[in-house]
Design a protein around this ligand. Structure first.
Ligand code: CA
Length: 217
């Protein structure tokens, strides 16, 4: 999952980006509204964390302009707990908001829920036949047997599972799993899929030649 973090306070941006990467997210950052809007329009993020008080364009302006083009899930980070702000946020098209200072655990939980809701998955547990994925614990089991995946393998499997029934192209996987600083050459999707199949069985992920990968719904 690839997240855009738009936050102008350097320390908060750094610590949030680090925490998100530790959770397995690919994270792009922007420290001004216009830069954030540009990235949000250019790339296909799974969710955007958007601060309200930003230089050049504020968070509301970014959200308003983004909503003319895209429905990427947006979690607003607001410093003020004013009812007016919340109403404005929801009216403008924010999917959720958190008031600063917030608890990191809560931010991560809301973010996971936001991403799941966007693909129509209400529960944090994904079950596909005998495959079970716990997106909170980031754990995987098949036929009751727990299976240990690397962070990258887990990210690919989770993405395919959330989009089950759809063919996911390699390009989409690269875009959603790698961030702007990633060295794509060392992150070949095919190699990870090969490894997932070795651990989970070859039947789970099918290859659609010339198109991409698919977990059947
Ligand atoms: Ca700010």
């Amino acid at each position: 999952m690839r997240i855009l973090l738009v936050e102008d306070e350097p320390r908060l941006q750094r610590s949030l980006a680090r925490a998100l990467r530790e959770e397995g997210y690919a994270v792009d950052t922007a420290d001004a509204g216009d830069d954030g809007l540009y990235k949000a329009e250019t790339y296909d993020y799974d969710a955007i964390l958007l601060d309200v008080m930003l230089p050049r364009l504020d968070g509301w302006q970014v959200l308003e302009r983004l909503r003319r083009k895209k429905q990427t899930p947006v979690l607003m980070l607001t410093a003020r707990d004013a009812t007016r702000d919340r109403v404005r946020g929801l009216d403008t098209g924010a999917d959720d908001y958190l008031v600063k200072p917030f608890d990191l655990t809560e931010l991560l939980a809301r973010l996971r829920a936001l991403i799941r809701r966007a693909v129509g998955q209400a529960s944090s547990r994904i079950e596909i036949r005998d495959l079970q994925i716990d997106t909170r614990a980031r754990s995987v089991s098949r036929a009751g047997q727990s299976i240990s995946l690397t962070a990258r393998e887990y990210a690919i499997l989770e993405y395919l599972a959330l989009h089950r029934g759809e063919v996911v192209t390699r390009t989409a996987l690269y875009e959603h799993l790698l961030d702007e600083n990633d060295d794509t050459l060392s992150n070949l999707v095919d190699v990870h899929v090969f490894s997932i199949r070795k651990k989970l069985g070859a039947d789970l992920i099918t290859t659609r030649r010339g198109q991409g990968y698919c977990i059947e719904a």
